[in-house]
Design a binder for this molecule. Structure first.
Ligand SMILES: NC(=O)C1=CN([C@@H]2O[C@H](COP(=O)(O)OP(=O)(O)OC[C@H]3O[C@@H](n4cnc5c(N)ncnc54)[C@H](OP(=O)(O)O)[C@@H]3O)[C@@H](O)[C@H]2O)C=CC1
Ligand SMILES: O=C(O)C1=N[C@H](C(=O)O)C[C@H](O)C1
Length: 266
């Protein structure tokens, strides 16, 4: 049997981190080499499996990446993403970067790391979301010059604990639409006497309710009809499986920036 790929998970005690610990543990192609959290984490020293609801697996939550690791997966916070990208760049460890809400400066740090080590970066690791991105690009291309005009609005729904808005995925959908159709204005919500809607804008609406793991609705409103692309996560495993596929992919690449298109070959 082939030697398993050794994975370190950064943000291992979080909502995504726990699912990654669980799915890595049962994947014969993978080995959980490290479960990482920040130095101020209250769960340092605890067993990562116990936190993920698996029982003891013999991997303690720690702060540093051990010697032999084939890929790091980061689902943490923007500051954590920047810190782990620096370590991966310095030690030339392949990185899967999934954290959203990064500022332009923080994103730049990840891009610089990709000059030294392979990095897969994507706001959504889900197969369905990445396929929806292709469909949205196609729709934008086809509708670009429609005589009656097209209004594009993006609605996203997530759990009440989410800290960034709109979601990284919604922003990516907006970027794809703007690239195809040329809208220059990104408008976040509407209130008051806004005046008539301009077609040079893309509207974003971020809903936060309960334990929703993520839904995105991209609406192309026309005169006489509406096209909607709707993608809905049922469980966080839709992202976790994508992240593990990305880790297997990135572990064998040379330095550079990759996306889920590369991983999923779509
Ligand atoms: N690309 C994708 O497919 C997806 C991306 N995401 C993104 O992943 C990120 C994490 O999401 P989620 O798991 O729900 O969030 P959680 O808050 O549940 O998990 C984040 C984890 O990171 C830890 N953490 C906080 N600060 C640091 C740090 N400086 N260094 C290392 N670890 C740290 C947190 O610890 P503590 O609680 O002690 O602060 C927590 O355990 C978000 O940005 C989210 O948008 C989520 C799902 C899919
Ligand atoms: O925080 C989340 O949960 C999610 N975040 C990502 C985003 O901001 O796009 C991806 C997914 O929608 C879940």
């Amino acid at each position: 049997m082939a030697v398993p790929i050794r994975i370190a998970i950064h943000g291992a005690a979080g909502r995504m981190g726990q699912r990654l610990v669980a799915l890595t543990h049962v994947d014969p192609e993978l080995e959980l080499a490290a479960a990482l959290e920040s130095a101020s984490s209250p769960v340092l020293g605890q067993d990562a499996g116990e936190i993920a609801g698996l029982g003891k697996i013999g991997v303690e939550i720690t702060t540093s990446i051990p010697e032999h690791v084939d890929a790091v997966i980061d689902f943490s916070v923007p500051e954590g993403a920047v810190a782990i990208a620096g370590v991966c760049a310095e030690r030339q460890i392949p990185l899967v970067e999934a954290t959203t809400g990064l500022s332009d400066e923080q994103r730049q740090v990840i891009l610089e790391a990709a000059q030294l080590t392979p990095v897969v970066m994507a706001p959504s690791m889900s197969l369905a979301v990445n396929l929806a991105m292709k469909l949205v690009a196609e729709a934008g291309k086809a509708l670009k010059n429609l005589p009656g005009g097209v209004d594009v609005e993006i609605v996203e729904r997530h759990h009440r604990f989410k800290e960034d808005a709109p979601s990284g995925t919604a922003l990516k959908f907006g970027e794809i639409v703007a690239t195809e159709m040329g809208q220059s204005e990104h408008k976040h919500g509407r209130e008051g006497m806004t005046g008539q809607r301009s077609q040079s804008e893309i509207g974003y609406h971020a809903l936060r309710t309960g334990d929703n793991v993520g839904e995105h609705q991209i609406i192309f409103g026309m005169m006489g009809e509406t096209l909607e692309v709707y993608v809905r996560g049922h469980t966080r495993d839709s992202y976790a499986y994508g992240a593990l596929a990305a880790a297997k992919f990135v572990a064998t690449q040379g330095a550079g920036l990759y996306t889920m298109k590369d991983v999923l070959d779509i």
